[in-house]
Design a binder for this molecule. Structure first.
Ligand SMILES: [Zn+2]
Length: 269
């Protein structure tokens, strides 16, 4: 069933979901949910969110005592994808890497991508797992076109990276990998057609952590089954998980998103 409704129709027909459309000024993006209201959100964040394949290619060098990361080689211009949702904290020139991108994820880990010849993202930008962030190159200290992927447990660069292979495995991604399959798959974006609250779990009983605005697009991770939201004779129990700018994730009822009943997000969480 399609859930395309006119905005006026939705507004007039809102019943249980009226609270979702309340003014959003009270909650700053990324604000923590009130204690005790985020049971589903807590459950969802207990395990690592689904990840995504960083790039197609051949693993030419693994993690070792002398190599702080994993190398994936392919042709110049091969797309590089964020392995997990998060916020871009660096994007620009970097010693050794030529250029680098660093993404901080909701669990505090940081992924680093090096040697690319083109970057798609800027500092402060939120990205979804599987969102394209760069194109593979051979900039910096590099002898061939490849992605150097490094994973850190914090934003500090003083501590050596951890092995990306088990990190990716925990997120459902094995190397080598095919972008868009396995793990979190390719990144998705959703477009809201009404302003709505983003909550700490897939229910109106959970705290508001952010908001989406009409006709704006947002990176999305996956969908979950949550509270049934009724509007205009339609009902929808699908909620879409969005990465939050401040880290972590939030949920918005898919009834406020364009597309099919999961807002166009095919991947369950
Ligand atoms: Zn390397």
């Amino acid at each position: 069933m399609r859930l395309r409704l006119s905005r006026n129709g939705l507004r007039a027909g809102l019943t249980a979901s009226a609270a979702l459309l309340m003014p959003l000024v009270a909650a700053a993006p990324g604000q923590a949910a009130p204690a005790g209201t985020a049971q589903a959100g807590t459950a969802a964040s207990a395990a690592a969110a689904p990840g995504a394949c960083p790039a197609a290619g051949t693993v030419t060098q693994g993690y070792s005592g002398s190599h702080d990361g994993v190398d994936i080689a392919n042709a110049k211009g091969t797309p590089i994808y964020a392995v997990a949702a998060g916020e871009v904290i660096n994007s620009g020139p970097a010693q050794g890497y030529g250029q680098w991108i660093r993404i901080r994820h909701g669990d505090g880990t940081v992924t680093e991508y090096g040697h690319m010849y083109h970057r798609d993202v800027t500092v402060g930008q939120r990205v979804a797992a599987g969102q394209r962030i760069a194109l593979m190159g051979s900039e910096g200290d590099s002898t061939g076109v490849h992605l150097h992927l490094r994973v850190r447990t914090s934003t500090s660069t003083a501590v050596r990276g951890i092995d990306p292979v088990p990190y990716l495995r925990d997120r459902g991604v094995g190397l080598p990998c095919t972008p868009g399959s396995g793990g979190g798959g390719g990144g998705t974006s959703v477009t809201a057609w009404a302003t709505a609250n983003v909550r700490s779990c897939a229910s109106t009983s959970c705290g508001v952590v952010s908001s989406v605005h009409a006709n704006e697009s947002y990176p999305a991770n996956c969908w979950v089954k949550g509270q049934l939201v009724n509007a205009e004779g339609y009902s929808n129990d699908k909620w879409v998980q969005l990465p939050l700018r401040a880290g972590g994730v939030g949920y918005v009822s898919a009834i406020f998103l364009k597309g099919d009943e999961t807002g166009g997000v095919s991947r369950p969480c």
